[in-house]
Design a protein around this ligand. Structure first.
Ligand code: AMP
Length: 479
């Protein structure tokens, strides 16, 4: 970024052992099935081990978590102790994340990699009972992964003492700033020693991030592996041009004709996510929605069901999807394109991970063409437009919007016959679901509406939603 950064030295290490990690960590790595470090791991691990600050441009899917978790475990291992005394287990590493999903996954990674090192880890986020978290702090814990709001609650209640923190990680810092966490982060910084190692990871280096980096980091090593537009290298992109009315039919057809077993589908709004999940269910396709209006338990269950294959389609909104880590997810569908092209990159970051190939399909209606062009500009590549014929549905073809590019036919003549229905909208969801969720009710903030934290847009709309998703995400990070 600026003249005050150092480029990461080119590491020639091709194995984790060459990176100088402890045997206990190497054992856990091989149990995870990792054969060699990813590019960000090759660069970040030696830098963290050398106690350098880091400014890392990397997104989920690149192996970023291990790139900081492994060297942190290595550096803290001299403090590993089986002593029951809380005094022997002060908080030494603090990882801040924007969402609870990401916090859960990062902490799980620490636990997996640190399986053979007796360091304690805890995950701390809002929306759940504080008591187990309080007990973890009281018992003593070396590594804490937290969302900022709930961590501050613990600081205020004096259940968390951060006075011995040696290493601070800001994960997905850009998203934390987007969500209005900067004041919370600053408050947390006042609680931790000034003398410490700082690792900042962000998908983008906006001016705000640079400013934060400038305040936080001392001569950081700059690591730019998966620049935000390169995570897609292993992902094939395509866009199906459809009218809005056809989207649901087309998706159901794609899933059935290709016998897709695990598809992550994105909508812009929670309402849209619920509606689509219910419409797919009516088509006999197991689907569920994950978004910030669902309880933590519901979200965890939805994700778990999807991971084990009980649910075939997970419909997610951008905010809820952050940090979702599903190994080898073969396909991501953009049912609606995001207003921000960066969100497209985050969405498709869920497929084609760690070198495996993935597929990103977008269902694009005419008024989304501009959004698609913005995405192509960011990716610096064009996304092929395709048309798809639903068998028995030829009479509809004449109404298909003209493609600005030559259209190819891909999977075009899929074998499965979908019912040849006249034009229809996705079936309207019943206003109140069996679980009591009221689909027709607009979102009403339940917490104090003074927070500047952001969440998802409640209503679909053509205009770019103001980034004022207040309070919802307070539900993630605070209470
Ligand atoms: P992350 O970018 O940290 O979200 O990691 C993305 C995925 O890559 C996770 O499922 C990790 O388990 C996996 N992963 C991380 N490092 C490696 C590696 N060196 N080899 C293979 N998979 C990895």
């Amino acid at each position: 970024m600026t003249a005050n950064t150092d480029a990461a030295p080119i590491s020639t290490a091709t194995s984790f052992a060459e990176l100088g990690l402890l045997p206990e960590l190497l054992k856990a790595i091989s149990e995870q099935g990792y054969s060699e470090p990813t590019p960000i791991q090759r660069q970040a691990i030696p830098a963290v081990l050398a106690r350098r600050d880091i400014m890392g441009s990397a997104q989920t899917g690149t192996g970023k978590t291990a790139s900081f978790a492994l060297p942190i475990l290595h550096l803290l291992s001299p403090h590993a102790s089986t002593s029951p005394s809380p005094a022997r287990h002060p908080v030494r590493a603090l990882v801040l994340t924007p969402t609870r999903e990401l916090a859960v996954q990062v902490e799980a990674s620490f636990r997996a990699y640190g399986k053979h090192v007796p360091l304690r880890t805890a995950v701390v986020y809002g929306g759940v009972d504080m008591d187990p978290q309080i007990r973890a702090f009281h018992a003593g814990v070396e590594i804490v992964v937290a969302t900022p709001g709930r961590l501050l609650d613990h600081v205020r209640n004096k259940t968390a003492n951060l006075g011995r923190v040696e290493i601070l990680v800001l994960d997905e810092a850009d998203r934390m700033l987007d969500m209005g966490f900067l004041p919370d982060i600053k408050r947390i910084l006042q609680q931790i020693p000034a003398q410490r190692q700082n690792l900042l990871f962000s998908a983008t280096f906006s001016d705000e991030i640079r400013r934060l980096g400038g305040e936080l980091l001392t001569r950081p090593i700059l690591i730019e592996v998966a620049a935000r537009n390169t995570a897609a290298e292993t992902v094939s992109h395509k866009a199906f041009e459809v009218s809005g009315d056809d989207k649901h039919r087309l998706l159901a057809h794609l899933v059935k004709s290709r016998d897709l077993k695990q598809v992550l589908v994105f909508t812009r709004t929670r309402l849209g996510a619920n509606r689509l999940a219910r419409a797919l269910e009516k088509d006999g396709i197991n689907a569920t929605a994950i978004h910030s209006n669902r309880t933590q338990a519901e979200r965890e269950k939805a994700l778990a069901d999807f991971k084990v294959g009980d649910v075939r389609i997970l419909v997610a909104t951008d905010v809820a999807s952050r940090g979702i880590d599903i190994e080898d997810l073969p396909i991501v569908v953009n049912y609606e394109l995001p207003f921000s092209p960066e969100d497209y990159v985050h969405r498709i970051g869920r497929t084609g991970r760690a070198g495996s190939s993935g597929e990103a399909i977008s269902l694009v209606e005419p008024d989304e063409h501009k959004l698609l062009a913005d995405i192509e500009r960011l990716l610096k590549r064009s996304i092929p437009r395709e048309t798809l014929t639903i068998p028995g549905d030829r009479e509809r073809e004449g109404r298909r919007p003209a493609s600005p590019r030559p259209a190819e036919h891909a999977h075009a003549h899929a074998t499965t016959h979908h019912r040849a229905a006249p034009a229809q909208r996705a079936p309207r969801a019943a206003p109140v679901a069996t679980d009591g969720f009221d689909f027709s009710k607009p979102y009403e903030p339940s917490a104090a509406p003074t927070s500047s934290k952001v969440g998802e847009a409640t209503h679909p709309g053509k205009a770019k939603p103001a980034r004022q998703r207040a309070v919802l995400l307070g539900g993630f990070g605070t209470k």
